[in-house]
Design a protein around this ligand. Structure first.
Ligand SMILES: Cc1cc2nc3c(=O)[nH]c(=O)nc-3n(C[C@H](O)[C@H](O)[C@H](O)COP(=O)(O)OP(=O)(O)OC[C@H]3O[C@@H](n4cnc5c(N)ncnc54)[C@H](O)[C@@H]3O)c2cc1C
Length: 410
């Protein structure tokens, strides 16, 4: 017999919209702070961690890239340490596999210097500069003229972490209800009313952690239109099982400092699968796991945003390269083989894909840091890009702090 669907309560102390890793960690944090309170998480999909949380590189970032003092820098450093401890306590496999950021030629050395400076300022544990002749001791198949090695960077399955957070919520008396889409969160009588697929739920406050759909929820609740979410599809290739020995841990390029993406990299995941990618291609739907998925509403939203054109004017060269990679597997392999020269076209197969929720400002800026806004009794997590999965435990504290501020503060 099928289990009956859970009853959706009509009242709660707090509601969280979205059961990705961010929404679940926020619900968990609220219950840690207020044991015995009623917290309900409403998720549209049939399972938790269905979108970005279940479709990413699975890398526990150590905090190298981020501008010292930024939220990303602080929260990823704290979050990574706490995540390792949490995984240890819960028996979730997490491995400090180590990562090399490799400079291929002299032109990339200033970029590597800057990453080293940021990593040291962010106190990334064990980070050190590696000479060309030392690279092979860490990754025998990699070539480069210099590298940064971060032994603390690791891998995990973030969907498994999200499931454990959902269990914590349930064990603390909260409810995680899947298969229930939220239409609108509205202020009402000193609290909020959440209109969802099966009716209404009244609560003291709400936190919306809707990932790629966060802008829509925010605008419906009366928040600013800026920034808008643009969907960038990330596709990976995977290395055939008998050639996985080409990569031990993680191998990354020196990234373009103007872009929030880290560039196509190699990752040996927690399941030992070795992925190459992801690409970053603007697509026609916020759930375009398949390139052919196009949704009229999402296309309209992208094309009607002035920031789309400003971004395109600035980044058209990068966009053209991403299209080239997405359309031609040999182009991506050739690019990746600059780091691992023994990699051949026949070593790779088509891998998984994910869709990034990238917040883009009206001025065309690709917004890089975490962004949280408020409409009276509702907090909106409007930008939770990588490394939000790494940072989830620390980010949840920041969001819970904000949720506790008086509601007239913006
Ligand atoms: C290609 C790629 C690679 C990445 N690599 C890494 C990495 O290696 N390390 C790292 O730390 N981070 C990485 N990230 C980033 C990380 O995955 C995200 O920052 C994180 O998962 C965001 O979590 P979230 O809960 O905000 O969003 P999501 O996981 O997308 O969750 C949002 C949830 O809200 C739900 N929802 C939306 N609208 C509604 C509604 N109206 N009603 C009910 N539910 C709704 C959705 O169904 C979804 O489940 C990567 C992301 C991508 C896409």
């Amino acid at each position: 017999m099928d289990t009956p669907p859970p009853r959706i309560p009509e009242r709660a102390d707090a509601v969280v919209v979205g059961a990705g890793i961010v929404g679940l960690s926020v619900a968990r944090e609220m219950l840690l702070r207020r044991p015995g309170s009623s917290v309900v998480v409403l998720e549209r999909e049939p399972d938790v961690g269905f979108h970005q949380t279940g479709h990413n590189s699975g890398v526990i970032h150590a905090g190298i890239y981020y501008k010292p003092g930024s939220l990303k820098a602080t929260l990823s450093r704290q979050g990574a340490d706490e995540l390792y401890e949490y995984c240890d306590a819960k028996g979730i496999p997490a491995r400090r596999a180590g990562k090399l950021i490799v400079a291929l030629d002299e032109s990339e050395l200033p970029g590597l210097d800057e990453l080293e400076r940021r990593g040291l300022a962010n106190q990334v544990p064990g980070l050190r500069r590696v000479r060309a002749d030392e690279i092979g001791e860490i990754e025998p198949h990699v070539q480069g003229i210099a590298a940064l090695h971060s032994p603390q960077t690791g891998v995990v399955n973030f969907q498994a972490v999200a499931r454990a957070f959902a269990d914590d919520v349930a064990q603390s008396g909260g409810q995680v209800i899947t298969g229930c889409e939220v239409g609108k969160v509205q202020d009402d009588n000193g609290g909020v009313v959440v209109r969802h697929a099966a009716g209404e739920l009244r609560a003291g406050s709400a936190v919306v952690c809707a990932g790629a759909w966060s802008d829509r929820q925010a605008v419906r609740a009366g928040d600013d239109e800026d920034p808008r979410i643009l969907p960038f599809r990330g596709a990976w290739l995977k290395i055939r099982a008998d050639r996985r020995d080409l990569v031990r841990g993680m191998i990354y390029p020196v990234p373009d400092p103007g872009l929030p993406f880290l560039g196509v990299h190699f990752t040996r995941g927690i399941d030992d699968e070795v992925l190459i990618g992801p690409t970053a291609l603007l697509v026609g739907a916020r759930d375009a796991y398949d390139l052919g998925t196009v949704r009229r509403r999402d296309v309209r939203s992208t094309l009607s945003w002035p920031g789309t054109y400003r971004m395109a004017r600035r980044w058209w060269r990068t966009g053209a390269r991403e299209m080239h990679h997405a359309a031609r597997r040999p182009a991506m392999v050739t690019d990746a083989a600059r780091y691992v020269p023994d990699l051949r076209l026949e070593d790779v197969e088509v891998g998984p894909s994910g869709v990034r929720a990238q917040a883009v400002g009206r001025d065309g800026a690709l917004i890089d840091d975490f962004v949280v806004s408020r409409t009276h009794h509702t907090l909106h997590v409007r930008n939770a890009p990588s490394p939000a999965a790494t940072s989830a435990l620390a980010l949840a504290r920041l969001i819970a702090d904000r949720a506790e501020e008086p509601s007239d503060r913006r």
